[in-house]
Design a protein around this ligand. Sequence first.
Ligand code: GTR
Length: 408
Amino acid sequence: MHTDPTDLRGPSRLERCPDLPDPLEFRDGTPVESTADWRDRRAEIRQLLRQHVYGYAPGAPETEMTTERTAGVCDGAATLVETEISFADLPPDAPSITLAVFLPSDAVEAGRSVPVLLGLNWGGNHAAVDDPAVTITETAREHGGREEGAAERGVAADYWCVEHVLSRGYGFATYQSADVDPDSGDPGEGIRPYYDDELPGPPGTEWGVLAAWAWGLQRCVDALRPMDSVRAEEIIVFGHSRCGKAALLAGATDERIGLVAPHQSGTGGMALNRDNDQEGIDDITGAFPGWFADTFAAFDGQVERLPVDQHCLAALVAPRPLIDTAGARDYWTNPGRALDAVRAAEPVWELLGAEGIADDLPLYGDDEIDPETVGSICHYRRETAHTLNEGYLDAVLDFADVHFDGAR
Ligand code: GTR
């Protein structure tokens, strides 16, 4: 056992949330007892999440894709496939998504397909690797990081560890969140205004920024699945922090996604809203008013009235594998309440006949992700604050190795 430097790694506090909605009980109190019941309960949870938390997003639009392929990038380690995803029903000056896909050269040469880690990036695709083949997009020039102007090429190389991911036999795909929404706080920017009129929900339930980013990830999945070199059933959706919230939402609501890996996603991601003494609903909707549907802010101070919590979102992933990764010193994201969400979601995996969580969660640091014991839902920590590094990515890929079969 590990010594516990903070109460964040402490025991479950679920008993302090007697009003936590049971994912295996319909709102009217009827128990969920079968796979067929779960399909209906799943639809109910999705609806509640749209209505009260993230808002309604549009369906899959007709897309147009143009692709450019460059071999020998990343010092020969990758073939880069850049795909421009634009939307047939929108005017030509509307936003489009630039998806960059890095495929391991040896797999491409051998005609082998690979699983792909699809990560949502903040600073621009060109920041993930230092290679002139990656386009620095107009969006990246305008919104290339938290500061003005495009980030330098490769500035996030130690963060995304693309060459390491490739060396493990995985492809790496990414798009910049600002392609879909620049997170400027202005709801008139980005792609949302183009679709707002056709959303099915009542006023106040239009999609927020997180739902828009998640929708963008799903459009990347549209583009990835038909690619020859990509194993369509083995796409991992990944994101860190606000991008982790969007990754979880994307993976939970799209069953084509093979594995879901939110990293340090916190409030609005894996951390429960109930009994959360770190980032509260008031904090997050105050600092980022556009991230959620407008209806969400009303639950500040009355979280017990929220008919879902984040474990319900996580449960939508079942029976597909889910790994939640967290920093033991990343207090604001509240790893303790994320672990409780994992615990509270587990019964759904069990109902569906998948293995639940390993006996001894959280897995920690160099703990082995053991195929015999790991289960389909996992919570893993490293001794860090709010960051991403190779150790976290290795944990995600070790977990994926367990769940995806086939030799790489
Ligand atoms: C913080 C926010 C978090 C997280 C983070 C980030 O300011 O409170 O919920 O999203 O930003 O994305 O870096």
